[in-house]
Design a protein around this ligand. Sequence first.
Ligand code: NAG
Length: 239
Amino acid sequence: MDSGRKFWFQAGWLAVGLLSACCGLPTEPKALPGEVQDVYDSLWTNNLDVAEQTLATPFLQHMQFGDLQADDYVSFMIQDINYLLNVTDLLKEMVQKVKSPDDLKTFMEKRYQSYKQFADLMLTQFNLNSLPDIKPIPAMEKYLADYKAIMEKEKPIFFAVSLLPCSRLWIWLANQLKETYGNAYFVWKKNNMHGNPEKHYRALLNKYLKTPDKLKRANQIFRQQMQNEKNFFSASLQE
Ligand SMILES: *[C@@H]1O[C@H](CO)[C@@H](O)[C@H](O)[C@H]1NC(C)=O
């Protein structure tokens, strides 16, 4: 959920700035035969099963069908605001923490600015003063606790890995949903469909995740965060 939870923002300029927070290109280049697939691509393709499971959750299926109850959507959005504010806070800490190398430092700064800009906009949009005291549902609490643990226990590059599932998944989901303008949730689809996480992540991950050990850990963290995303959607509508 990268920042990229911006369904209600209609203005194009907002979409351009905000989508970068949690979004990716729907079409990805494929590795040619004999070519080594890059980390950015393989993390996604290795965990596509979790993406498919997320798409199949009742919450997203009812969203697609157009009969998701408005109350369930509101609860989901409140949790998502909490996610956004909390991850913005973690990124702020990462900016303090990562002094070098330059590209990783710049990555953290840019992600922080993007999340912060989106978080501020979200607060403005809902007329919320300062930080709302939102109680996370268990699925969200675990997701945020996992982010924090990664921040505290792992090398900073793995925090970058932990942010990527949200970015890529939401774009993929929005592109998979078959909805037309008449669907009440069409704006969610439209505003999450576009984005370019590749620009921020691909070169960085390929550069710093080269050894088998690092690749293995990256895949574990990526999968864990994909599952946290899935659990959040699952918990948002239980049938
Ligand atoms: C972020 O979420 C975690 C887990 O729910 C919580 O312990 C922490 O206090 C939250 N941080 C902020 C700044 O809200």
